[in-house]
Design a protein around this ligand. Sequence first.
Ligand SMILES: NC(=O)c1ccc[n+]([C@@H]2O[C@H](COP(=O)([O-])OP(=O)(O)OC[C@H]3O[C@@H](n4cnc5c(N)ncnc54)[C@H](O)[C@@H]3O)[C@@H](O)[C@H]2O)c1
Ligand SMILES: [Zn+2]
Length: 355
Amino acid sequence: MSANHLQSNGYNVYFEEQLDSLLPLIEAGKYSKVFVLVDRNTEEHCLPVFRSLLPDLVDFDIIEIDPGEENKNIDFCIGIWRTLVDFGADRRSLVINLGGGVVTDMGAFAASTFMRGIDFIQVPTTLLSQVDASVGGKTGIDMEELKNIIGTFANPKAVFISSQFLNTLNREQWVSGFAEMLKHGLIQDAAYFHRLKEMEMEEISIQEIQHSVQLKNEVVMQDPKELGLRKILNFGHTIGHAIEGYFLMHSNSHLLHGEAVAVGMICEAYLSSKYNGLSKNDLYDITKSITRVFQTIQLNKISDDALIEIMLKDKKNEQSQIGFALLKQIGEASYNHFLGTEDIKESLNYYRQLS
Ligand SMILES: NC(=O)c1ccc[n+]([C@@H]2O[C@H](COP(=O)([O-])OP(=O)(O)OC[C@H]3O[C@@H](n4cnc5c(N)ncnc54)[C@H](O)[C@@H]3O)[C@@H](O)[C@H]2O)c1
Ligand SMILES: [Zn+2]
C-alpha cells in the first residue's frame, strides 16, 4: 500500500490528491457514456468541488435524486434506470456516485443491476460514507422499514475519498460518521478507539478516515460475503438498525444512521458485558465515550416489542434467532451470538436509564 492508496477486492481506494487519477481511469475504460449521480445537496455542494478537482472531465450527464434515506427505495431506483435508458446508456457506460451513503448504495445497486451490471465508481462525500460505505461491495435499497433488504454484492471500479468534500457537512453528519469510526476501534483497534474518544470533530483528519477505511478493509477482504468474520462489523447494528427503521416509519423526527448505531453500540456493549466477558470498566468507558458526543435519544415512548419485531426480520438472523456481534474487550469482537428478547429488553432499559 502506498501512503495514499489502499487495495481492496479487485479495486483501489484513493485518498486526497489522488482524485486526479480518476480521469486516466475513465479514459482507460473507454466508456460510451459517463453519468454522475448526485442528490440535490451534493449537486450544490460537491459537484463544484468535483469539477474543480477534475477540470478536464467535462463530458458527463448528471442524474439528480432527492436527498434522504426515505428516498433510498425502488421508486427512485426506477427513476435512475429510466434516466439511464432515456440518455442512451449501454453496457459500456459508467456511473459515478457522488454523494453520501444513500447515493453510493442506491447508485451502486442501480448500476450493478442495470443491463446485468455496468461499471461504477464511488466518490463518497459524507464522513459516514467515506469510513464505512466506501469499501465492502455492498449495494442496496430499503423496503419500508427494512433497511438494505434488497441489494447486491458488487465491487466498484475504484473509490475516491477526499476530505475536501467534507467542508460543507454539518455537525450532525460529522457525528453520524464518527459512530462508525468508534465502532471500528471498538471491534478491532483499542488504541484507535482511545485516541478517537478524546477527539473533537474538527480534529478528525484524513489520517483517521484512512485508518478507519483500512480497518474495515482488512475485515471485508478476508470475508467479502459476510459468511463469518465480517459479521463483527455489525456491532451496534442489530439494535441500531431497528431503532433507525422505527424512526423512519413512525416518527417525524429523523434519526441519522450513526445516531441509531450509537444507541445500538451502548445496548450491545451492555449485552457484551453480560454474555461475552466485556469488563464493567470497558462498558463504562464505552457508554461515557459515546454519550460525550451523542445526545441520548428518548426511547421511552417506543415499545420494546415494536423494535424486536423489526429485529426479527433482520438479515443477520439465523433460524429466526436474533443475531449479534459482541465485544470481548475494547478492540476485540466476536460474532454469532443469538440472544432472546428478554435480554434485548434489558439492554434497552440500560440505555433508557442513562437519560
Ligand atoms: N454499503 C455499505 O457498506 C454501507 C455502510 C454504511 C452505511 N451505508 C448506508 O449509508 C447511508 C447513510 O449514509 P449518509 O449518512 O452518508 O447518508 P446520506 O447519503 O443521506 O447523506 C446525508 C446528508 O448529507 C448530504 N450530503 C452528502 N454529502 C454532503 C456534503 N459533502 N456536504 C453537505 N451535505 C452533504 C446528503 O444530501 C444528505 O442530506 C444509509 O443508507 C446506510 O445504510 C452503507
Ligand atoms: Zn453502519
